[in-house]
Write a protein that binds this ligand. Structure first.
Ligand SMILES: Cc1ncc(C[n+]2csc(CCOP(=O)(O)OP(=O)(O)O)c2C)c(N)n1
Ligand SMILES: [Mg+2]
Length: 647
């Protein structure tokens, strides 16, 4: 009869063997971290995590984030051994075309992958969003329905990245006590030992940010388990368990060496490691008692899931309002918005702001905030308090000046489930959150990005604040929908489009300055583009504030006998999805001139010529900028006339 200790050793060794074998077979991957983390990860998975392999998406499961996604074989091994849908064949086809076991898997809830990140630091910050979501939903639905934790493993690379520090600062400030990260403190990165780059006291830094920290020997399983237990008991602060580990632990020739980070150990070293750790099973072979050990450990999660279902059933039965709220949060129907009276002219950011309480009422999962610019972005739910340690039910999150962490945290809330989160800032600062935006697109997460002050017409703040290339560069990002509405009424539809899109993120690009409220029929934004005014000599195609400009230019052209059609093209991605016949009908057969106060890059897709700005802006009142850069009706009409050979 084996002792518990031996069973855990076998479990650790199985993780090590599967990880090094899969990397070896793929002849690509990262064996060092899985070997170095096998002890700590096996303790976390077998003693603490509440997961149910039979129901990987059970809502009250613990969340596990592998921020150092290069250690993906660690996660695949654990998922396989625990009985999730990762088969031995999947492990054999690690990193191969079409397999479930990609190099960096990002997300697959059905397989138990909550999120892992390729770009270091993102997982760390994404997990903070998951912890925000848990705290918030617990406050609104009660402990009986929401009562889980967010665990994660983070590495030197994660801890060094700025986004993690932004997120750690936010998590500490918010007192996210259900967040527990294990830090793989192996003091090795790709270029070698961290003494060439990284000499701060990480524990002291996190302590200063309001975290509970503890240092342990990451190979002392008892100590790791005790530290996790203590971290869980600390409910008012997030926890960082600094696990001092050795990369490629157990490998006689590679332990402690950076060369184990991102290359297979080699056949001989794999054999030597098997010998050293006392694992004599062939590659991709795990004895039944190891599976049994993991299965017994998963019984904790299975039991928790059943108990949760019982609590849910009785909560729903005793209080129909709770059942309704749960349903509205987790299975929201399509959203339709009422248009308030916008008056004759209104900035699109202000129009958006007028919708916030309505959206919040229709969509109980609507939550988010700005990076210290809520006043300017007009993103505030007046009917709800701010989210904080004493008011976790609040739906206004003050992210502080932490755009990058905001992006990742919004993704984390969206990944968590039950919420429809947004994050807001000035459009030019989308650059500061771009890696998180890219991951939202890559993972197909319906985060909503609200970016205001969308052009040079923000005026006096000058070129550092004036977006130029941002529309083009974000339109180039696959699966991100970029919507730049022309007026208040298009803004209503833009928000509807964003809220009803579930397969990926939507960016709402809104203006600072007033634009006149257009006379237009409802509909059109969801199609991406539509005809606002008909004409057969020329088609002017604009977005955002330039649509009204096109209409004014069309008036001038009409006075000279040229009938210009005006097309509003608020969302290129939606337009591209329409039938070619619809697109052709909208754009017409006459010469086409695009008008947009931004870089011309990409417009050749739709038009013959484009009136754009291919240089940085300037600091001046908006009307002077318009005159100097040629964004007046007269200048656009003149450009159109030249294009037609009449100028
Ligand atoms: C944002 C970002 N920059 C660079 C990389 C490339 N990269 C992958 S792992 C790594 C560092 C490895 O060090 P560590 O995080 O300590 O992992 P370990 O080698 O200890 O497993 C780097 C630079 C990345 N994945 N993401
Ligand atoms: Mg390291």
């Amino acid at each position: 009869m084996k002792s518990m200790h031996d069973d855990l050793t076998d479990a650790v060794n199985a993780v090590k063997a599967l990880s090094m074998d899969a990397v070896q077979r793929a002849n690509a991957g990262h064996p060092g971290a899985p070997l170095g983390l096998a002890d700590a990860a096996a303790v976390l998975w077998t003693r603490f995590l509440r997961l149910d392999p039979d129901q990987p998406t059970w809502p009250d499961r613990d969340r596990f984030v592998l921020s150092n996604g290069h250690a993906s074989m660690l996660l695949y091994s654990l998922l396989h051994l625990s009985g999730f849908g990762i088969s031995m064949d999947d492990l054999r086809s690690f990193r191969q075309w079409g397999s479930h076991t990609a190099g960096h898997p990002e997300v697959d809830h059905g397989l138990g992958i909550e999120t892992t990140t390729g770009p270091l630091g993102q997982g760390f910050a994404t997990g903070v969003g998951m912890a925000i979501a848990e705290a918030h939903l617990r406050a609104r639905l009660g402990h009986a329905l929401v009562d889980h934790r967010t665990f994660g493993i983070v590495s030197d690379g994660d801890i060094m990245e700025g986004v993690a520090t932004e997120a750690a600062s936010l998590a500490g400030h918010l007192g996210l006590g259900r967040l527990v990260y294990l830090y793989d403190d192996n003091r090795i990165t790709i270029d070698g030992a961290t003494d060439i780059t990284f000499s701060e006291d990480v524990a002291a830094r996190f302590m200063a940010m309001g975290w509970h920290t503890v240092r342990v020997d990451g190979h002392d399983r008892q100590a790791v388990g005790d530290a996790i237990e203590d971290a869980i008991a600390v409910e008012d602060r997030p926890s960082l368990v600094l696990c001092r580990t050795r990369i490629a632990h157990g490998s006689p020739g590679k332990e402690g060496k950076a060369s184990s980070h991102g290359a297979p150990l080699g056949e001989d070293e794999v054999a030597a490691t098997r010998e050293a750790i006392g694992w004599d099973h062939p590659p991709f072979t795990v004895p039944q008692d190891v599976y049994q050990y993991f299965s017994d450990a998963m019984a904790r999660g299975r039991g928790a899931r059943r108990a949760w279902e019982a609590r849910r059933d009785s909560a729903f039965a005793s209080d129909p309002a709770v059942a309704d709220l749960w349903g509205a949060l987790h299975e929201p129907g399509p959203v339709e918005l009422r248009s308030p009276d916008f008056g004759d002219a209104l900035a699109t950011r202000a129009a958006g702001g007028k919708l916030f309480d309505q959206i919040a009422e229709r969509l109980p999962g609507f939550i988010g905030g700005a990076a210290d610019l809520a006043e300017s972005t007009k993103t505030h739910i007046t009917t709800s308090p701010s989210f904080g340690p004493d008011t976790p039910e609040g739906r206004n999150i003050h992210f502080g000046i932490r755009e990058h962490a905001m992006g990742a945290a919004v993704n984390g809330m969206a990944l968590h489930g039950g919420l429809r989160p947004y994050g807001a800032t000035f459009f030019v600062f989308s650059d500061y959150m771009r890696p998180a935006v890219r991951l939202s697109a890559l993972m197909g997460v319906p985060s909503i990005w609200v970016w205001t002050h969308d052009s040079v017409f923000l005026g006096e703040d000058g070129p550092t604040h004036q977006p130029i290339e941002h529309l083009a560069s974000l339109r180039a990002m696959p699966n991100l929908w970029v919507v730049r509405p022309a007026d208040a009424t298009e803004t209503v539809e833009a928000w509807e489009l964003a809220l009803n899109r579930h397969q990926g993120p939507t960016a709402l690009v809104l203006g600072r300055q007033d634009v006149r409220t257009l006379q237009r029929p409802r509909g059109g934004v969801a199609l991406g583009g539509y005809v606002l005014r008909d004409g057969s000599d020329l088609t002017l195609v604009g977005t955002g504030s330039e649509v009204a400009l096109c209409l004014d230019a069309a008036d001038l052209l009409a006075a000279d006998g040229t009938e210009a059609r005006v097309v509003s093209l608020p969302c290129w991605e939606a337009f591209a999805e329409q039938d070619a016949s619809y697109r052709d009908d909208v754009l017409g057969t006459a010469p086409r001139l695009g008008v947009e106060a931004a870089a011309s890059f990409g417009w050749e897709r739709w038009v013959d010529d484009v009136h754009a700005i291919d240089h940085f802006g300037a600091s001046a009142p908006a009307r002077d900028i318009a005159i100097h850069l040629g964004f007046t009706p007269e200048a656009v009409a003149a450009r159109a006339a030249r294009m037609l050979g009449n100028g």
